[in-house]
Ligand binder design. Structure first.
Ligand SMILES: Nc1ncnc2c1ncn2[C@@H]1O[C@H](COP(=O)(O)OP(=O)(O)O)[C@@H](O)[C@H]1O
Ligand SMILES: [Mg+2]
Length: 218
């Protein structure tokens, strides 16, 4: 099954065209990497894939469902129920504990009833037991990113969108993040991973590059 298809997507900011007639197909269960020069449109594309932003033109298929580009409530439903996000800058809620941050997506999801088993399993597999009560402001970069990953996983997403999630980490912590994502991918979760580096090429099932507004296979 195909998870996500974008067909002839265009996106401009003002007069600046970032994506022009770009197309891609992400298979369900892929570990799909997107690379490209700084400013080439990687985050723009990822925001469109993750239904955080709209293309100006083009078609978006979520599985077999063609999405209306304007239907924000449909996008929000898919996003909240099926997509997890991990960013380079962690995007945690400062002043709150690790546990509060991890549980945050449940506030926006239909899966309101907390699945304690799922929570415990994620927390222990990411080695977060000892820092659950800590304010996230005092955590190290590696710890923050593991909290962010736990938050991305709590809703059992079918797709995880990652925007340079290892960009602020040392090599050991970066490899740890890739290994965690690989385990999810082995369980059938689709990973869409924006990266600058070729350090982790062995993890990817497919890699594409954004160039001159288009998307080409590497
Ligand atoms: N919301 C926005 N408004 C105006 N310009 C933007 C916006 N978001 C991104 N851009 C511009 O679009 C281009 C691509 O940005 P981005 O997708 O963040 O690139 P990348 O992630 O590959 O570094 C950049 O020139 C950036 O300044
Ligand atoms: Mg970016």
């Amino acid at each position: 099954m195909t998870a996500i298809i974008l067909q002839c997507i265009s996106k401009s900011f003002g007069t600046k065209q970032i994506l022009s007639d770009a197309s891609l197909k992400i298979q369900q269960g892929a570990f799909f990497a997107i690379t490209g020069a700084s400013g080439s449109g990687k985050s723009t594309l990822l925001n469109i894939i993750g239904l955080l932003d709209f293309p100006d033109h083009g078609e978006y298929f979520w599985g077999t469902q063609k999405l209306s580009l304007q239907d924000k409530s449909c996008h929000a439903k898919i996003r909240n129920e099926s997509i997890g996000f991990i960013f380079q800058s962690y995007n945690l809620l400062g002043g709150y504990t690790a546990k509060e941050n991890i549980l945050l997506p449940l506030l926006y999801s239909k899966k309101k009833k907390r699945d304690t088993d799922r929570f415990n399993q994620i927390v222990s597999s990411l080695g977060l037991n000892n820092i659950l009560a800590s304010n996230v402001n005092i955590l190290s970069g590696g710890e923050k990113q593991r909290v962010a990953i736990a938050r991305a996983l709590i809703n059992s997403p079918t797709v995880i969108i990652c925007d340079e999630p290892t960009g602020n980490l040392d090599a050991k912590n970066a490899t740890g993040v890739l290994e965690i994502l690989k385990k999810e991918n082995d369980n059938g979760v689709t990973i869409v991973f924006v990266t600058h580096s070729s350090d982790f090429d062995k993890y990817y099932s497919e890699k594409v590059e954004i160039k001159d507004g288009g998307i080409q296979k590497c």
